[in-house]
Design a protein around this ligand. Structure first.
Ligand code: HPA
Length: 271
């Protein structure tokens, strides 16, 4: 299946990305910063999962930022849309087959850590994916990676250092923490957030951890940044809405995009 999708993309472009970037809810505006070479809609790729989330477009954008050759996923698919974990990570595997070596994952997330504020950016240090199905379940694709991949350093120390340095240089405050993925689509209950907190999570969302797991499996160097769009259930005495998530993501876009751009350029400089 991946080969058919790869062949389709290769029939349209011979662009070979160095870095792949997944843009989360409300963060799709980053592509305005790029010199775009080619856009491919997910719906045109054979047997490809198409995102149904309202704030997600659904395309690959290939192009450059400075010297960096980028493949951007404008929109991803989620487990709550009914896709399997294997389907949800198909784009990640395809990006690897297209030649990308570095992967930057972004998302909107609810803040669990009491030190977090709405609008904070959190560098993902580690994740908890144990409560959602593994994308590596089933027959292993040996050409991608090993049956039992090591997950002791999913989020590359080197890339986390680059993000931290870029944040410092640009006067952007960042937090660090553990991201936990749940299935959604319902936001969590107060009891569930208490559970996540006890488990050691600092932020909660409905994506990313399975993508990071599949990315590590197929040999990507991975990093991730969460935009804390709201405080998780029970931290404030008010309901959580997808509107709040989108509004905060839009408000943080300027600093988020500045951090991403600096990070991508810095990664390209080190290559
Ligand atoms: N929970 C789960 N996913 C989310 C949240 C949340 O509070 N905010 C943004 N995505």
């Amino acid at each position: 299946m991946l080969q058919k999708q790869l062949d389709y993309i290769r029939s349209l472009t011979d662009f070979v990305p160095d870095t792949a970037l997944v843009l989360g809810s409300g963060l799709g505006g980053f592509t305005d910063e790029m010199q775009i070479e080619c856009v491919i809609n997910y719906s045109d790729i054979p047997d490809f999962p198409v995102s149904t989330a309202p704030t997600h477009k659904g395309c690959f954008v290939f192009g450059k930022i400075g010297e960096a050759k980028l493949a951007v996923m404008q929109g991803r698919v989620h487990l709550y849309e009914g896709y399997t974990a294997q389907q949800a990570v198909m784009p990640i595997r395809l990006l690897r087959l297209l030649g990308a070596k570095t992967l930057i994952l972004t998302n909107a997330a609810g803040g669990i850590n009491r030190d977090f504020q709405i609008g904070d950016l959190m560098v993902i240090d580690d994740h908890i994916s144990s409560l959602v199905p593994s994308p590596l379940r089933g027959r292993n694709i040996d050409s991608l990676g090993v049956r039992f991949p090591d997950m002791s350093d999913v989020y590359s120390k080197r890339l986390r250092k680059i993000i931290t340095e870029c944040a410092l240089k640009n006067g952007i405050e960042i937090k660090n923490g553990v991201y936990i993925q749940l299935q959604g689509p319902a936001f969590e209950t107060k009891a569930e957030i208490k559970m996540c907190s006890v488990l050691g999570a600092d932020a909660v969302g409905m994506s990313t951890a399975i993508e990071a797991q599949a990315a590590k499996h197929c040999g990507f160097e991975v990093c991730g940044i969460s935009c804390i769009t709201n405080l998780a259930c029970g931290l404030l005495d008010q309901p959580i809405t997808s509107e709040e998530v989108s509004e905060t993501a839009a408000k943080t876009a300027v600093k988020f995009n500045a951090l991403l751009k600096a990070t991508i350029e810095s990664i390209a400089d080190e290559h």
